[in-house]
Design a protein around this ligand. Structure first.
Ligand code: ATP
Ligand code: MG
Length: 589
């Protein structure tokens, strides 16, 4: 395949687009790989679409190799199956809902569990038909609250989603393991770094769940690792719960005047003045944070979360806990007189109390733990308020931020924190969808049993951005060979027709050998502009045909290492082929 730059539908940009926040978005836009078409929606231009299809090919090959079969659903789906599982409502504002001309409700699929379940129910009825894994590579729609970073978080994006169907738990474990192995091969071939972390089961229901996170500072996910091998999304980290302390012998609670102490710092300073020998720190205080929960049906509920004062509420951890409800800042103090801003205390909270305001506490608020907290009156705090003796709560919530150095829940040492972007997710759904949609098969004994399922996703368009994110320098992109839009970039510089003839001949020879060649044959473009474009576009190998031709040489350049070498014209094709073939990872059988 020969791609001539003189006719290629491509305009590279000198400047960064104003809305591009991260390197991958900037470089993909500047390199003419993608164009924004809608908020959270992008058009693939010819070079971009080639990268996209390369990623898709790797994903497809590995899914086929593990025995999954490809199908393709519509994106426009009827309401009823999603109503049956509750997701028509639970998906909340993230779901694009629409109506046809007769007023029937439809949605644009955010993920397809329901449809796959019904398809299998439609055609299969016996344990002999299982196990089965089906997949599709398809456009998904989600009305994301914060589309960002170009392809990283779109509102329309491409996902590979697969679903496994098994007759029993052991079968599900095997299907899950097969997907996990396939994902490892996919991301290895794509040259994408990943960490496999335990994840929250979240709104999907189900049990075992792991994410493949690509470590990058621009990632929205925080994950933790311990020296002993524990790895989890911060959302899924379980706090090590302190032992309960017997109430006997604990001091009585006492209210103190603490004027002008609306913040933890000011409160700790006053507490230290009042009781110098107690060693009070921010961790001695119980901070009660009010938020508004917006439930999928639109109802709004105030919720108070009690956490140690040395920590903040982590919005993502909280959201993961309360999903499908969404969290908004609380502003309605006038409607809830029990809540004294800055001095909220647990004595008035909880659904058992008059206020009826739900109160959830951090696991560190163990029975017998003593706290300094609000006394529900301006300028007053209560000291030695004992959890379980002086106040109760409606439940425990993992909403406090995880801090570096916190102990791993499995005792494998102190946690270290990093950021990543989710590129894949594997998930044991269990029987939730099969039950809701009545997917049963006859087992060996002729008895009807509910099928158990897994669901597995790879962000195909997001993977393109993640690859760009970790394969670039200040000059531009540096594509790994497996996904590069062309194997080699042949650049003809100058005006001498002999140069263009030699470049043309080399390009033709490489194409004949099976390579995809991007050939800069533009006649009136300066060498400087051509080199800048070659660096920006990022083909792994660049061959310059220019002044050296008079001495019988071309320049071979490796974009990643910047190693350059003059090679005789006669050897050029063989050298390029060696570079390309030598580095291509062999495709597993
Ligand atoms: P995130 O936590 O990043 O929003 P998710 O957990 O909602 O992702 P899944 O439902 O697990 O996503 O979807 C499977 C895969 O699809 C993800 O691992 C991710 O790679 C990709 N993906 C999800 N949402 C988007 C999006 N808005 N834009 C691009 N890719 C996405
Ligand atoms: Mg996910």
């Amino acid at each position: 395949m020969l791609l001539r730059m003189s006719t290629l539908f491509l305009r590279t940009l000198r400047d960064d687009p104003a809305d591009a926040e991260v390197p991958s978005h900037r470089l993909l836009a500047r390199g003419g790989y993608i164009r924004r078409a809608a908020p959270g929606g992008f058009t693939w231009l010819p070079l971009g679409f080639r990268v996209f299809r390369n990623v898709e090919r790797v994903v497809r090959e590995e899914m086929d190799a593990m025995g999954a079969q490809e199908v393709h659903f519509p994106a426009l789906l009827p309401r009823e199956p999603y109503e049956a599982t509750g997701r028509w409502t639970e998906y909340g504002p993230n779901l694009f809902r629409l109506q046809d001309r007769r007023g029937n409700d439809f949605l644009l699929g955010p993920t397809h569990e329901e449809m796959f379940t019904l398809l299998v129910k439609d055609l299969y009825s016996s344990y002999k038909d299982l196990p089965l894994s089906l997949y599709q590579i398809q456009t998904k729609f989600r009305d994301e609250a914060r589309p960002r970073a170009g392809l990283i978080r779109g509102r329309e994006f491409t996902m590979k989603d697969s679903y496994s169907f098994d007759v029993d738990d052991a079968g599900l474990d095997r299907s899950y393991a097969a997907h996990r192995d396939a994902y490892i091969r996919i991301f290895d071939r794509l040259g994408l770094d990943y960490v496999i972390v335990s994840a929250m089961s979240g709104a999907m229901g189900g049990s075992r769940s792991e994410e493949f996170l690509h470590p990058t500072v621009i990632g929205e996910d925080t994950f933790v690792r311990s020296p002993g091998g524990y790895a989890a999304n911060a959302e899924a980290v379980v706090t090590v719960v302190p032992a309960s302390i017997p109430f006997d012998g604990l001091p009585e609670a006492h209210v103190e005047d603490t004027p002008d102490t609306p913040t933890i710092d000011t409160l700790v300073a006053v507490a230290q003045q009042l009781f110098p020998d107690q060693g009070y720190t921010a961790a001695s205080t119980l901070k009660n944070v009010v938020v508004t929960l917006v439930h999928p049906d639109g109802t709004r509920e105030p919720l108070v979360i009690g956490i140690p004062g040395d920590r903040e509420v982590d919005a993502k951890r909280l959201e993961a806990q309360v999903a499908p409800a969404e969290v908004e800042p609380f502003t309605e103090f006038d409607k809830h007189p029990a809540l004294v801003k800055g001095y909220i205390g647990p004595q008035v909270l909880g659904s058992e109390n008059e206020s009826k305001i739900r109160y959830l506490v951090d696991p560190r608020v163990a029975p017998g733990s003593r706290w300094i907290t609000g006394a529900n009156a301006p300028g007053k705090h209560v000291f030695d308020l004992v959890a379980g003796r002086d106040f109760t709560w409606d439940g425990v919530v993992e909403a406090a931020e995880v801090l570096a150095g916190d102990p791993a829940p499995d005792g494998s040492g102190p946690l270290e924190l990093a950021r990543g972007v989710e590129i894949g997710h594997i998930f044991q759904l269990g029987r939730k969808y099969a039950e809701a949609l009545d997917l049963k098969v006859l087992d060996e004994n002729g008895k009807l049993v509910t099928v158990t399922m897994g669901s597995y996703g790879v962000g195909v368009s997001r993977a393109v951005a993640a690859i760009a994110e970790s394969n670039h320098d200040e000059l531009g992109l540096i594509w790994p060979r497996e996904v590069a839009p062309a194997d080699v970039h042949v650049v003809a510089t100058g005006k001498d027709p002999a140069i263009f003839e030699a470049a043309e001949a080399l390009a033709a020879e490489l194409v004949a050998a099976g390579l995809t060649v991007l050939y800069d044959d533009r006649p009136k473009v300066s060498p400087g502009v051509k080199f800048k474009d070659a660096e920006l576009l990022g083909m792994p190998t660049i061959v310059t045909v220019g002044r050296g031709l008079a001495d019988g040489v071309l320049e071979l350049r490796d974009r990643a290492t910047d190693a350059r070498e003059d090679v005789p014209v006669a050897d050029a094709a063989a050298r390029v082929l060696a570079a390309v073939r030598g580095q291509v990872a062999p495709t597993p059988a």
